[in-house]
Ligand binder design. Structure first.
Ligand SMILES: CC(C)(COP(=O)(O)OP(=O)(O)OC[C@H]1O[C@@H](n2cnc3c(N)ncnc32)[C@H](O)[C@@H]1OP(=O)(O)O)[C@@H](O)C(=O)NCCC(=O)NCCS
Length: 162
């Protein structure tokens, strides 16, 4: 049986390890901003002791940024559960939008987000090349052998309570 829960400080070592395994290092870089696990909030979906989905986020200035997002069993609704959880949380925190950065190679993610109402708002040409200068472990090629170069921002606007 699967169980969705909020990350706690006790999860930090495992979160670091997860990022090393799935994102080539202990930090995440988007648009030149460096995010460390201890700064972030998140949700994990567990099957027993196994992490099968993880989403981290960062709320600042009434905006919620999804800083990492992974499903380890794709096509079974894990991603949908996690994205719904962060949308609910952003509404609770009265955020005016949820946004995230993906990369030019990630067709699956672009499809996933847009089907769920996210809109493309910006293309940052060469931004991954810049991030690679800070984090050299970022690979040169991504999904389907596509050169990993650019960052793409997507957002979903939310109703703000006055
Ligand atoms: C993007 C990502 C998180 C999506 O996660 P996911 O668990 O596959 O997402 P879901 O299963 O909820 O949805 C994927 C599709 O499977 C379908 N699906 C949902 N439940 C299903 C089930 N029980 N059986 C079969 N398919 C199902 C969904 O309908 C969805 O299809 P749709 O997009 O046409 O609606 C995942 O592909 C991933 O981890 N990618 C690698 C890391 C990554 O790129 N992260 C994003 C960084 S920006």
């Amino acid at each position: 049986m699967t169980f969705l829960r909020r990350l706690t400080r006790d999860d930090l070592p495992r979160l670091r390890q997860f990022w090393v395994e799935h994102w080539d290092g202990e930090e995440m870089i988007t648009r030149g901003n460096i995010y460390h696990p201890e700064q972030l909030d998140g949700f994990v979906l567990e099957d027993g002791n196994e992490w099968i989905g993880l989403l981290t986020f960062f709320v600042k200035d009434n905006e919620c940024e999804v800083t990492s997002f992974d499903s380890l069993r794709e096509g079974h609704g894990i991603g949908t559960k996690l994205i719904n959880a962060v949308m609910d949380e952003a509404r609770k925190q009265n955020c005016r939008r949820v946004f995230l950065i993906t990369t030019n190679d990630n067709m699956h993610a672009l499809r996933f987000y847009q089907k769920r109402g996210f809109e493309l708002v910006a293309l940052y040409r060469g931004a991954v090349n810049e991030s690679r200068k800070i984090k050299p472990s970022i690979p040169l090629t991504g999904f389907d052998g596509i050169p990993l170069r650019d960052e793409i921002e997507l957002e979903m606007k939310l109703q703000v309570k006055s």
